[in-house]
Design a protein around this ligand. Structure first.
Ligand SMILES: NC(=O)c1ccc[n+]([C@@H]2O[C@H](COP(=O)([O-])OP(=O)(O)OC[C@H]3O[C@@H](n4cnc5c(N)ncnc54)[C@H](OP(=O)(O)O)[C@@H]3O)[C@@H](O)[C@H]2O)c1
Length: 353
């Protein structure tokens, strides 16, 4: 049993971490922080945990957290973890950071995409990018895991099996996403105000989204050559979930059949419990749909080869708060502990919902 803390536990990824970790057989949640709700019971913010936990939120006292916890999940906005994680690491605490502060290996990208100069380039080198399916060995030995962005996760899972093959053009891949409102976190804004947010199909960062570089970083590693991504996102009228529709153009001189592509996906994910290949010829769920994986750690993947244009269309569905954040973080936590990766995560979604 290890003692864990969550900094930023009143937010949405914090909420999911609590839901998972309170039932995790190898974890005891010792500290949960919220500056706004300090001294209040957890159910004041997370009513789904009523009667399940008597934990109270506390302030962010790093030396106390370091004394009480073996592992800390930092579920805070970008730009904050970089200032608190080094102190916790120095106290011997292992960190799973939900923010982008340790995801990018190239420090020059931080001022461009996150508006700050990175103060700890040494830790960028040491951090493990937190997708167990592609980075298991690094995560196992890491003290600091940089959990991936939710849009990045949907794109990386869809593309990882194919980027090493010559049959695809890696220079102009389009990742078009639809995403629910919980991705924006728990702070209200005029754009998240119900009359403005309800019913929308709103383009959100059609170009230059921060996660572009994260996807390129991880896929280029797998491909062993540069991969270029055009990422365009849309806010839609759901609370949770991402559907990424990914367009990949085929190289002119490399004809490829659908069965070859299935082979690539099957080979890449053959031992991965949380990745499901969707290939039904009948019924209404013939392609991945975030609706059926809400609340779970699954990523559903499917594809279709376009006979009109030489194009592969890949569909990737996740819950942004689970496989796109807290579920994946708990999976990495399990890897760090050396226990079954499914621990605390092995349940299906609801149907119907
Ligand atoms: N939402 C998603 O789908 C998603 C998916 C993947 C990754 N992420 C990333 O995960 C992180 C958390 O996201 P979220 O959606 O959970 O955000 P959120 O709902 O806004 O929660 C963030 C929490 O951090 C706390 N906080 C803010 N500033 C702080 C500070 N200076 N020191 C300590 N605590 C502070 C806040 O609580 P108090 O103000 O009460 O302390 C807040 O509840 C972000 O970096 C986000 O980009 C989010």
């Amino acid at each position: 049993m290890v003692d864990v803390g969550i900094i930023g536990a009143a937010g949405y990824t914090g909420s999911e971490l609590l839901r998972l970790l309170l039932f995790h057989p190898e974890a005891e949640v010792k500290v949960i922080t919220s500056r706004r709700y300090q001294g209040e019971y957890v159910q004041r913010v997370h009513p789904n945990l009523r009667g399940i936990s008597r934990l109270k939120f506390s302030g962010v006292n790093l030396s106390k957290i370091g004394d009480e916890c073996d592992f800390v999940f930092t579920a805070v906005p970008h730009g904050i973890s970089k200032d608190i994680t080094p102190e916790l690491l120095d106290m011997g605490v292992k960190i799973l950071d939900m923010s982008a502060d340790f995801r990018l290996k190239n420090p020059e990208l931080y001022p461009v995409y996150y508006d700050y100069e990175h103060p700890r380039i040494d830790l960028l080198e040491k951090s493990a990018y937190g997708i167990p399916e592609i980075n298991r060995e690094e995560i196992k030995n890491a003290d600091l895991v940089a959990c991936p962005g939710c849009l990045a996760t949907s794109g990386i899972f869809g593309l990882a099996p194919i980027v090493k093959y010559e049959a695809f053009n890696l220079e102009n891949i389009i990742v078009d996403t639809k995403i629910g409102s919980s991705a924006a976190g728990d702070s209200p804004s005029s754009s998240s105000h119900h009359p403005e947010r309800s019913g929308v199909v709103r383009a959100y960062k059609p170009t230059n989204h921060r996660h572009t570089v994260e996807i390129e970083q991880e896929l280029s590693k797998i491909a062993k050559k540069p991969v270029k991504i055009a990422l365009s996102n849309h806010a839609v009228d759901i609370v949770r979930g991402i559907l990424a529709t990914i367009h990949v153009w085929l190289s002119d001189d490399q004809p490829i059949a659908e069965k070859d592509i299935w082979q690539m996906f099957r080979e890449f994910y053959q031992n991965e419990y949380f990745v499901r290949l969707v290939r039904d010829r009948k019924g209404i769920y013939r392609f991945p749909d975030p609706k059926v994986i809400v609340g779970t750690n699954f990523c559903d993947l499917g594809f279709e080869l376009d006979v009109h244009l030489p194009r592969l269309v890949i569909l990737s569905a996740i819950d942004n708060l689970m496989k796109g954040a807290s579920g994946s973080a708990v999976q990495s936590f399990n890897v760090m502990l050396g226990i079954d990766e499914k621990t605390g995560l092995d349940f299906p979604g609801f149907h119907p919902i």
